[in-house]
Design a protein around this ligand. Structure first.
Ligand code: HEM
Length: 327
């Protein structure tokens, strides 16, 4: 067993103990379904793997689904609820967040093997971890035992999820609001080592940028030119890789890109190049660009913290039979 693996196992065990003392989520454990649904891991793995065989990007989409679930009402599967007043229709999610069908397929199998046992929120957390693993990222033991929320919170999704147009200081505040710190912002932004973004989310950087510069001066000129031609047709839904060096592979190229002004979103490049990023996040970007092992180690830690964001006290929840509707 190599050292990095031992370190990860140690992190998971220590974190399980630390997070276990945080009250509302004291029930989260690695072996929560050990007796009640031993098929869980095989079922989730198999579905995520098959979905990624069809479309590699699905690993990234599942990771983002977990993030957008946890930041609104805690990790309670509220993002999965259907209805036009739901989180799915919030601005950061509409035509953007993906992976719902994969979660549905997993849930359908689980309802056959262990009915009404596994929460949708846990399925999302576990699917995200396999999305990372099958993209070449670190393995970690997901802490389980979440319950599904009874309500979605569309205004919460509009207000609490960070926007790519926001300054770094304000993104840090949104992370702080859910108990995550500046290091978590930099580490979890490293998720943008995989997946895609639409022109609408970065085209502001490509023309009429400011009074003095047509293109964002912190965007590499060659990348800017290729993005301009990609987005020229005006189709805001056209997508490109967040990490152009290795779009589907989970590594630390994301940070190395930022050093040479090849971050795609303004909120990515801002971690290294904006005035508030220089003050708070730049040194960490440098660290992770130099040391991929440190990035993996810290990513696991931050994912476990993010996965432990609790629903508000008093919202006990349920185990949904269908992830799209409350029972
Ligand atoms: C720090 C603040 C963040 C901002 C402003 C941000 C913003 C965005 C935006 C605008 C997109 C593209 C959406 C689209 O084209 O429709 C995106 C994609 C993505 N984000 Fe983030 N994000 C942030 C943090 C995170 C975190 C914490 C994670 C996970 C831990 C994450 C994971 C992803 C992934 C994997 C994708 C690609 C999804 C896909 O290809 O389907 N992001 N993000």
């Amino acid at each position: 067993m190599d050292h990095s693996y031992c370190r990860l196992v140690l992190v998971c065990s220590v974190l399980a103990l630390c997070l276990g003392n945080q009250g509302a989520r004291s029930q989260l454990t690695v072996d929560f379904y050990y007796n009640t649904c031993p098929q869980l891991y095989a079922i989730v793995q198999q579905h995520v793997f098959s979905a990624m065989m069809v479309e590699t990007r699905m690993g990234a989409s599942l990771l983002r689904l977990h993030f957008h679930d946890c930041f609104v009402n805690g990790c309670d599967g509220s993002i999965l609820l259907d209805g036009d007043t739901g989180e799915k229709f919030a601005l950061p999610n509409l035509n953007s967040v993906r992976g719902f069908e994969v979660i549905d397929a997993i849930k359908a199998d689980l309802e056959t093997f262990c009915p009404e046992v596994v929460s949708c929120a846990d399925i999302v957390a576990l699917a995200a971890s396999y999305g990372v693993l099958f993209s070449g990222g670190p393995y970690y033991d997901v802490l389980l035992g979440r319950r599904d929320g009874l309500v979605a919170n569309q205004s919460g999704a509009n207000n609490s999820l960070p926007s790519p147009f926001e300054p770094i200081d304000s993104i840090i505040q949104k992370f702080n609001a859910v108990g995550l710190n500046t290091t978590d912002v930099v580490v979890l932004s490293g998720a943008h080592t995989i997946g895609q973004a639409r022109c609408a989310l970065f085209s502001k950087r490509l023309s009429n940028f400011s009074a003095t510069s047509s293109v964002d001066p912190t965007l590499d000129a060659t990348l800017a030119a290729s993005l301009q031609s990609l987005c020229a047709g005006g189709d805001g839904n056209q997508t490109t890789a967040l990490d152009a060096r290795s779009a589907d592979y989970f590594d630390n190229h994301y940070y190395q890109n930022l050093l040479v002004e090849r971050g795609l979103l303004s909120s990515d490049q801002g971690l290294f190049s904006s005035p508030d990023g220089v003050a708070s996040t730049k040194a960490l970007v440098q660290t992770y660009s130099d040391d991929g092992e440190q990035f993996f180690y810290d990513f696991v830690w931050s994912m476990l913290k993010m996965g432990n964001i609790s629903p508000p006290p008093g919202s006990a929840g349920q185990i949904r039979k269908n992830c799209r509707v409350v029972n």
